[in-house]
Design a binder for this molecule. Structure first.
Ligand code: ATP
Length: 391
């Protein structure tokens, strides 16, 4: 539905002396109300069903924390790749076992900040803090606490004008609201999140809130990452998901051009429905593929367990090591020995047997400080992380 522009423009003078038109969005929800009938209603129900199935699939996993641990790291890598870092999941896991990865350390630190930011957001929700501007600022503060973000006012709404794409505001694709309007714009968004003026279906709320957040662009940097984190945080806050498991980064990157065009068309034409269709399709596909990944990981672990069990006497230790590798698919001997309560020589001989079975690979090629990876496991998690767009 074309409603016309979803905000007003306000002239602002930029640093270079030129006057540009900043866009100040109207508060949510859209007026006239969204058309949620026919095929769109079917899609909404399907997307909601897929999210509920994902919630169920993750909770029946033998160790759902393990899936969460890895899945959160996968998302951190992906979301940070959009921003421009070059880390991979293995780099992050290597960094976490304190082995220098093959990419600039700043890149891995940024990815690791993303993991901490999400963990922090979820714990704050569990402590009872509502999904609020305070929480978003805290998440932003951690997200940008190291690497290139540290100079971009972490944890604070911006105090200057920003713009999207283009070398200067006058050439920008889009100029977000002036900084003196941020309190009002973000206050209105917070009220919408808290069902004022009325309740909104959680997935619809997430769809609308994401666009509104990107339009307001309240931070100097990191708006894409915080806006993407808003979706799982909101679904957790609403009780739709027990764990933050739904990440749209793969989908948004794959359809990057369509995504940006739809953001623009909401602002310009008020076509919220086109955005909602795109968003719900992404939710459905993403939830289905996350549930499939959870199943594939379980199947792989079961199949490997069965093979290891046939090793005879050494099977007991090898199974303990295999169990730990699911928790940390990139690991060193010492922490494995501590976690399994086996001696280091026993861990080493178990790892050799797992290597013979093709379950693990040693990464360093050296003879000391060996690092082992549960390769197939990482491959399943890495699916969809390769760069490139479809549009
Ligand atoms: N017209 C537009 N073109 C491109 N991006 C837009 C547009 N409007 C809003 N955006 C949003 O701006 C985000 C980028 O903002 P910013 O650079 O502050 O975020 P980031 O987290 O540092 O980067 P990234 O999103 O690339 O990881 C995009 O992810 C997108 O969500």
């Amino acid at each position: 539905m074309h409603r016309g522009p979803t905000g007003r423009t306000r002239p602002v003078s930029s640093l270079g002396g030129e006057t540009v038109k900043a866009f100040v969005p109207h508060p949510l929800p859209p007026e006239p109300p969204l058309d949620l009938s026919g095929a769109r209603l079917d899609l909404l129900l399907e997307a909601h069903g897929a999210v509920c199935r994902l919630d169920g699939a993750s909770s029946i996993l033998r160790d759902h924390n393990l899936f969460l641990y890895l899945y959160v790291r996968k998302e951190a890598v992906l979301s940070s790749q959009i921003e421009g870092t070059r880390s991979t999941l293995s780099d992050l896991l290597l960094y976490e076992v304190e082995e220098a990865p093959g990419v600039p350390l700043d890149d891995v630190r940024e990815v690791s900040c993303y993991v901490r930011a999400l963990d922090h957001g979820v714990s704050r929700l569990r402590e009872g803090l509502p999904l609020s501007n305070r929480l978003l600022k805290e998440v932003h503060g951690i997200l940008l606490s190291s690497g290139r973000g540290a100079s971009k006012e972490p944890g604070e709404f911006r105090r200057s004008q920003n713009w999207i794409n283009g070398t200067r505001p006058g050439r920008a694709e889009f100029v977000p609201p002036p900084h003196d309007e941020l309190a009002e714009c973000m206050g209105a968004l917070e009220r919408f999140l808290h069902d004022d003026p009325g309740p909104t279906q959680p997935l619809v709320k997430a769809a609308l809130a994401h666009v509104q957040f990107e339009t307001i662009h309240p931070f100097l940097d990191g708006n894409g990452r915080v806006g993407r984190l808003l979706v799982p945080l909101l679904l957790c806050a609403q009780g739709v998901l027990r764990e933050p498991l739904l990440y749209l980064s793969v989908y948004l990157r794959k359809h990057r051009r369509t995504y940006f065009e739809l953001l623009q068309s909401v602002r310009r034409d008020g076509d919220w429905e086109a955005w909602l269709d795109f968003f719900l399709e992404g939710v459905r596909a993403t939830a289905d593929s996350a549930a499939a990944a959870a199943r594939a990981l379980t199947d792989l672990a079961e199949a490997d367990r069965a093979r290891i069990a046939q090793l005879g006497r050494p099977a007991r230790s090898a199974l303990l090591v295999h169990d730990q590798l699911q928790r940390r698919p990139v690991a060193k001997v010492k922490p494995l020995a501590l976690a399994t309560q086996l001696s280091e020589p026993t861990v080493i001989s178990s790892l050799r047997r797992l290597e013979d079975l093709g379950v693990v690979h040693e990464l360093t090629g050296g003879s000391r400080n060996l690092v082992y990876a549960y390769a197939r496991y990482l491959e399943i998690l890495n699916e969809g992380t390769e760069q490139g767009t479809e549009d």
